[in-house]
Design a binder for this molecule. Structure first.
Ligand SMILES: Cc1cc2nc3c(=O)[nH]c(=O)nc-3n(C[C@H](O)[C@H](O)[C@H](O)COP(=O)(O)OP(=O)(O)OC[C@H]3O[C@@H](n4cnc5c(N)ncnc54)[C@H](O)[C@@H]3O)c2cc1C
Length: 548
């Protein structure tokens, strides 16, 4: 416990009378931290801290990078800004050296202000100065980290934009077809095709790819070790949950994701049914939080790399081969590769993929549909969310639905929201027959039941007509059902499994080879169930490892 004598020596408390010092000593927590430990996390609620000994550093997430902006020494205090303005912490605070601090809960800071006019004056004056510092700081921040100059028809350009948007890295995109005179911020980057400049001065070598951009931004793109306790394939909610639980429970974990963290959920504009977020949360926000959480616990998350093969070895372990040929060893596997959009079988559609026709919902496409006529094929929640998102940009959004209504396939809250947006039109019992255009999609033919085919102007067509599991690259003797991997009780006994035990709930017919999330046979295709399965799989990994 802090003593009144210790507290009296700290300038902010020196004006307190004995009764108030005693009250303070009874309320304040006596906190001791090692260098590197966090007191406050940016974006979270915070208590009030006063430094008794040592130095703390204030860190701000500036476009994906932790940047030190100031320090606090003995007598310094912080946390009042968020508490008194009823907001989240504008920055993180970490112990720079071993630290001794006094911590007050928000209600005790309010009480301190009420009890002592002198303390109140000092705290409010400091708050005022800090608000001004924050304002100046925000005004001087660059608006983006990456400049992209490229055509909207360029597939690499689109992939890079999607990667940056899923990783919440702010970027400036100059559509080369429309704004021909804009030059790259690094003149050495001037080329006829796609050019990408990172942090205003680093030109990504030609031709830029998602992986090169990821490396320039400091993301991990190669494993650091040769062998792991568990390798997780896929960085959607299921894989990220497995990484968080695995690393937090002391396993050496590698997660390999071929694109950006988040998977399908990362493309969702607002997930409204995930526990703990009463106002909903965007998919990229949820994924970024999970990504940071996995990294905090020490999981290696390798982005922009694809697993091409998994080879079961005679000793019961597995060899994992990545694109480019790198091989790593692991005791266990968790497959969390989700599903891929089903292809639309309509005349001419394939010719316009990436040129007006897109599978799934890429939020990075928002600027390309501004003021345009957008069509969405699909009647699931994903199609509903996509319609609501693009209705903020497009001049019209038409949902083409094969069934009689949305009720059987879409959640009621989305149906209700769609009904309130005049720009969204839902056409039921309607199918796309063909797609038309020269270089780029400009029209589609649709048919409602037995009515004649109608041609209509279309600038973009998003296809979201269900998805399939693509698992033909996995070991041939894994038991599947239409591509989905069988686990637990769904596995029938056969060679490849030790006869003396049944598979764990999420284990396939290969021992130590687990499967979670949408790619698992009979799974419930939701964010929450994927997260649940990812975390449960780690418990089974522990049980499996303890067998040997
Ligand atoms: C637009 C949209 C909105 C949605 N909204 C909701 C919602 O509001 N609420 C809800 O509960 N659910 C929602 N869903 C469903 C939910 O997102 C999925 O059920 C969930 O994401 C499944 O998680 P997963 O981890 O199993 O797979 P996924 O999210 O599909 O992730 C799989 C990951 O594996 C990666 N991968 C695949 N193969 C490889 C390989 N060989 N090597 C490396 N990486 C690989 C993929 O790139 C992908 O990132 C939505 C889905 C979409 C598309």
């Amino acid at each position: 416990m802090l003593t009144t004598v210790e507290l009296k020596k700290i300038p902010i408390f020196s004006c307190l009378n004995d009764a108030n010092l005693l009250w303070l000593a009874q309320q304040a927590a006596d906190v001791h931290l090692e260098a590197g430990e966090y007191l406050i996390h940016e974006g979270e609620p915070t208590p009030f801290f006063v430094v008794m000994e040592g130095t703390t550093e204030v860190l701000k997430d500036v476009m994906g990078r932790q940047t030190e902006i100031s320090e606090h020494h003995r007598g310094g205090f912080f946390g009042e800004l968020a508490i008194l303005m009823a907001t989240a912490a504008p920055a993180s605070v970490r112990a720079k050296t071993a630290c001794h601090l006094a911590r007050l809960d928000p209600q005790h800071l309010q009480e301190l202000i009420r009890r002592s006019p002198e303390c109140s004056a000092l705290i409010l004056q400091t708050l005022n100065e800090r608000v001004q510092v924050v304002q100046k700081y925000i005004l001087n921040l660059p608006s983006s980290r990456v400049q992209i100059i490229g055509s909207k028809f360029d597939g690499d350009c689109r992939e890079i934009r999607t990667f940056l948007s899923m990783n919440r890295i702010p970027y400036d995109w100059v559509d080369r077809d429309r704004r021909t005179r804009v030059a790259p911020s690094d003149p050495t980057c001037h080329v006829a095709g796609l050019s990408v400049v990172v942090d205003h001065s680093f030109c990504v070598t030609h031709p830029p790819t998602v992986r090169k951009v990821a490396e320039a931004l400091g993301f991990q793109t190669a494993p650091h070790q040769q062998s792991y306790d568990v390798v997780i394939i896929g960085g959607g909610p299921a894989g990220l949950a497995a990484a968080v639980y695995g690393a937090s429970e002391g396993l050496s974990v590698l997660l390999v994701e071929r694109k950006a963290p988040g998977g399908q959920a990362g493309t969702s504009s607002r997930i409204e049914n995930y526990l703990g977020f009463p106002n909903g949360i965007s998919g990229d926000d949820l994924s970024q939080r999970a990504f940071r959480q996995a990294a905090k616990f020490g999981a290696e998350v390798v982005l922009t790399r694809e697993v091409h093969e998994i080879i079961p070895e005679a000793d019961g372990e597995y060899t994992v081969r990545l694109d480019g040929g790198d091989k790593i060893d692991t005791k266990t596997i968790i497959v969390a590769t989700g599903v891929e959009w089903r292809k639309l079988d309509a005349k001419g559609v394939d010719r316009f993929i990436g040129r007006g026709v897109l599978y799934g919902a890429a939020r990075a496409e928002a600027p390309t549909v501004a003021g345009k006529n957008v069509f969405i094929i699909g009647a699931g929640n994903s199609a509903g969310q996509t319609a609501l998102f693009f209705a903020n940009y497009a001049s019209s959004v038409t949902m083409l639905v094969r069934g009689e209504d949305l009720n059987r396939s879409m959640s009621q809250y989305l149906i209700d929201q769609i009904a309130l947006v005049p720009r969204i039109r839902v056409e039921t019992e309607t199918e796309v027959v063909s797609a038309h255009g020269e270089e780029y999609l400009n029209a589609i033919d649709t048919r409602k039941k037995a009515d004649p085919v109608v041609r209509r102007a279309a600038d973009a067509l998003f296809v979201m007509i269900g998805a399939d599991a693509k698992t033909n690259w996995l070991p041939a003797h894994l038991q599947r059902e239409n591509g989905y991997l069988r686990t637990g009780r769904e596995v029938s006994h056969q060679p490849g499994r030790a006869a003396d035990r049944a598979p764990f709930l999420l284990e396939t017919n290969l021992p130590g080879f687990f499967c979670v999330g949408d790619v698992r046979y009979n799974s419930i295709k939701r964010v929450s169930s994927s997260v649940g399965e990812g975390s449960m799989a780690i418990a089974f990994v522990h049980q499996y490892l303890s067998l040997s």
